[in-house]
Design a protein around this ligand. Structure first.
Ligand SMILES: Cc1cc2nc3c(=O)[nH]c(=O)nc-3n(C[C@H](O)[C@H](O)[C@H](O)COP(=O)(O)OP(=O)(O)OC[C@H]3O[C@@H](n4cnc5c(N)ncnc54)[C@H](O)[C@@H]3O)c2cc1C
Length: 283
């Protein structure tokens, strides 16, 4: 059962930061509420004050300027899957967003909330990390831009300071010729494994070492060592074997309802191969 709480509706980022500082551990930022209200209902989180950021105009919208896509902190998964800029500039990310959760969660849940909650069984962090995305945050001491790899630091843990809020996520568009793909396996509400790959492809070969990140099996997304794949042919069994081996070595799976450690490591190898095939198809 939900305990009583008070909702505050700031209309500027500065106001939200001040409220965050004022309430400390007794307050939380409230966006779509899809994780927060569930956690409060289950009694695993207790807050007397919720700071609803949905009324802050500066946190809205998707824009593209000078090759950088900016996604405001109150943009939902539903907004992202239908956004024309995302569909054109980052089709792999649009496809990922179409397959997050269910339509009810996508309609209310935000990308910023997904990242800030740092639930390990998540889709966006792996692809965003492979794309080199950064989380923009603002607090009493000013603004910082944090690479995803440094933002998600553990299960339900981020590097967000106690008085900071996420204002936006920014993604530098990949150079021409660089392609991206994301594949996942899911039997429960959330993914059991997700593999993202971003690589420059010329004449069926990798121009350099692709960025490969495995998500959802571990405490946080893990980058795969792909140095040996620079120049490798995409549609080649040896390339697929090398990637699958490197991906399995990169993770320390956590056993849970989705499977045990060996099973999850096996899945990582299978889905690393599928990610490579998807990239070859996209190229
Ligand atoms: C049934 C179900 C299925 C799901 N399936 C998937 C799935 O398949 N793949 C997947 O990736 N995810 C999945 N999710 C997670 C989903 O993506 C998140 O619930 C959603 O994105 C959270 O966003 P929100 O706006 O509702 O966050 P909220 O619930 O409002 O907040 C979540 C947390 O983030 C903090 N927060 C929110 N916004 C900010 C901000 N701007 N600054 C600082 N802190 C902030 C809050 O304080 C809170 O701690 C699923 C969730 C549910 C409930």
């Amino acid at each position: 059962m939900l305990r009583r709480f008070e909702v505050h509706r700031p209309t500027t980022v500065a106001e939200a930061i001040a409220l965050r500082a004022q309430f400390g551990d007794d307050g939380a930022i409230y966006a779509g509420g899809t994780e927060l209200l569930l956690a409060m209902k289950l009694g695993v989180a207790r807050y007397a004050h919720l700071i609803d950021v949905k009324h802050i105009p500066a946190l809205r919208g998707v824009s593209l300027q000078q090759g950088v896509v900016r996604i405001g902190a109150t943009v939902t998964h539903w907004d992202l899957e239908r956004d024309a800029t995302i569909a054109k500039a980052l089709p792999a990310f649009a496809a990922l967003e179409r397959n997050v959760a269910n339509v009810r969660v996508r309609a209310a849940g935000t990308l910023a909330g997904n990242l800030a909650f740092a639930e390990p069984h998540a889709d966006p962090p792996a692809l965003l990390m492979a794309l080199g995305a950064r989380v923009h945050v603002e607090g009493a001491k000013g603004r910082r831009a944090i690479p995803i790899a440094e933002f998600v630091v553990g299960m339900y843990q981020t590097s967000l300071g106690p008085d900071e809020i996420v204002t936006a996520i920014e993604i530098q568009l990949p150079d021409a010729g660089r392609r991206a793909a994301y594949v996942k396996f899911q039997i429960l509400e959330r993914p059991s494994v997700g593999v993202a790959i971003v690589g420059a492809v010329q004449g069926g070969r990798f121009g350099d070492a692709p960025a490969v990140v495995v998500g959802a099996v571990d405490e946080m997304p893990r980058r795969v060592d792909t140095k040996s794949l620079a120049g490798a042919t995409l549609r080649d069994a040896a390339t697929a074997d090398a990637l699958a081996t490197a991906a399995r070595a990169a993770v320390e799976p956590v056993a849970d309802l989705a499977g045990d450690v060996d099973y999850k490591r096996h899945l990582v190898g299978v889905f690393a191969r599928r990610a490579l095939a998807a990239l070859a198809e996209a190229a």
